[in-house]
Design a protein around this ligand. Structure first.
Ligand code: PMP
Length: 445
């Protein structure tokens, strides 16, 4: 009997005992292709010798030193590296242990910034529907996933949600990308004006939406318009790249492709590639200066900030990505995966959309392609796909149901950056079989 409160109490989970490259092995000797990198985490796959050697070396030297007493070599080196490669204007790093912690810290940073510069009336957070920013209370309040929020709503700070930029679901027939970008961004300006610009602290958005809607990139110009609106009203732009960042979309930061720099950016998952729990907040010089000239500290902190093992693992992961030119492979294999998915699912009656960037790709399932009607959420098509995929030795990250009224079940693919074409082909073949079996299961129920 298990003593773990597992995610799904009545499920049984295979016992994972090993991993090599893009595969995980269970205790019965079965291999699973990790086509989702867990939850878009394992960017180098499993058992990477360079990273495990760096971890051993750091454990031998110094596993832990509290940040109120010391700074450490791996933390300083990683911060230098992250700022060297950061979007323009981002000048400093705050290390945490994961994505939710990064979002919490980003929100508190934004708040303290306005207190430091004498604008304490700025407190409102604007974010988007169908987004995910984490499961701690501040991050949960910011996210726009109603299913996750409902029972906790009495505990959540007030936030304000606008529609996302989600072409497949919200772009009108005949509406150009330019017009749609303008309309979607206008929702932000309208909300700022409704709340009163002097009360607004930050706009928070995933550059490419991950867990809730499935690899939804913004249309061209949307984020540029958002940036301009934030600047017009003195609102901080916080881009959450916990899932889509650190190379997942083919550039180190997804926002590079949109030509936009945020005031604050959160990263995690691919930063340490799963070798350690780690996240970070990258902040602009203006925010750092406000703290430095003001109280001289950021009123926050956790026991494991800048953990040497986490920083050493992250530095090693980032070394390998650079050394092996893996961003080029992300672009190449991302294009290959998209092409193969198009061949397999392009004419599939239940596939409405194939979208994403780099190796961050989602397939959206619909009951009716012409109306984009979703499957009945009670059927839990996404869960069926996951079961069918696991039975075929394939890990994919399915999410689903039309809980917010505007989206269907989808499958998110985010394989390791080291993947090659034969493995991509195997993913598409197994996924095709799993999707067909799951849909047959729904229809013949
Ligand atoms: N933000 C985004 C965009 C995420 O995708 C996630 C995790 N899926 C988080 C925040 C929360 O990260 P964590 O699970 O590491 O707390």
């Amino acid at each position: 009997m298990t003593r773990i409160l597992h995610r799904q109490i009545h499920n049984s989970y295979p016992l994972a005992v090993g991993g090599k490259g893009v595969e995980i092995f269970d205790a019965d000797g079965r291999a699973y292709i990790d086509a989702s990198g867990g939850a878009a985490v394992s960017c180098l796959g499993h058992g990477h010798p360079y990273v495990t050697a760096a971890l051993h070396a750091q454990a031998d030297r110094l596993a832990y030193a509290h940040t109120s007493f010391f700074t450490t070599e791996p933390a300083e080196a990683l911060a230098d590296r992250l700022i060297e490669d950061a979007p323009s204007g981002l000048s400093h790093v705050y290390f945490v242990s994961g994505g939710s912690e990064a979002v919490e810290a980003a929100l508190k940073m934004a708040r303290q910034y306005f207190v430091e510069i004498g604008k304490p009336e700025r407190r409102n957070i604007i974010a988007r529907r169908q987004s995910y920013h984490g499961n701690t209370l501040g991050a949960l309040a910011t996210g726009g996933n109603e299913w996750r929020r409902t029972q906790f709503r009495p505990l959540l700070v007030e936030t304000h949600h606008i529609d996302p930029c989600f072409a497949y679901r919200y772009q009108q027939p005949g509406e150009t990308d330019q017009d749609y970008a303008a309309r979607a961004a206008q929702a932000l300006e309208d909300k700022i004006l409704e709340l009163g610009p002097e009360s607004v602290m930050a706009f928070v958005a995933e550059t490419v939406v991950g867990a809730t809607a499935g690899a939804v990139p913004p249309v061209a110009d949307y984020l540029k318009r958002v940036r301009a609106i934030c600047d017009r009203y003195g609102v901080l732009l916080i881009l959450d790249e916990v899932m889509c960042g650190m190379g997942r979309t083919g550039t180190l930061h997804a926002c590079e492709q949109d030509g936009v720099s945020p005031d604050i950016m959160t990263i995690a998952k691919g930063l340490g590639g799963g070798y350690q729990p780690v996240g970070a907040v990258l902040l602009g010089q203006h925010i750092f200066d406000a703290f430095a000239k003001g109280t001289g500290f950021f009123q926050h902190g956790h026991t494991y900030l800048g953990h040497p093992m986490a920083c050493a693992a992250s530095l090693a992961v980032q070394d390998v990505i650079r050394r092996d030119g893996l961003l080029d492979n992300v672009k190449r294999m991302g294009a290959h995966l998209t092409r193969r998915l198009g061949e397999r699912f392009g004419n599939h009656p239940n596939v409405g959309d194939i979208r994403g960037r780099g190796l961050f790709i989602a397939v959206e399932l619909v009951e009716d392609r012409s109306t984009k009607a979703t499957f009945d959420p009670k059927e839990k098509l996404h869960a069926r796909i996951k079961r069918e995929a696991m039975a075929r030795g394939l890990m994919v990250y399915p999410m689903g149901g039309t809980i917010d009224g505007a989206r269907g079940d989808h499958v998110l693919l985010a394989p390791p950056f080291i993947i090659d074409a034969p493995m991509v082909d195997a993913i598409v073949e197994r996924l095709g079989d799993a999707v067909d079996a799951a849909i047959t299961g729904v229809k013949t129920r």
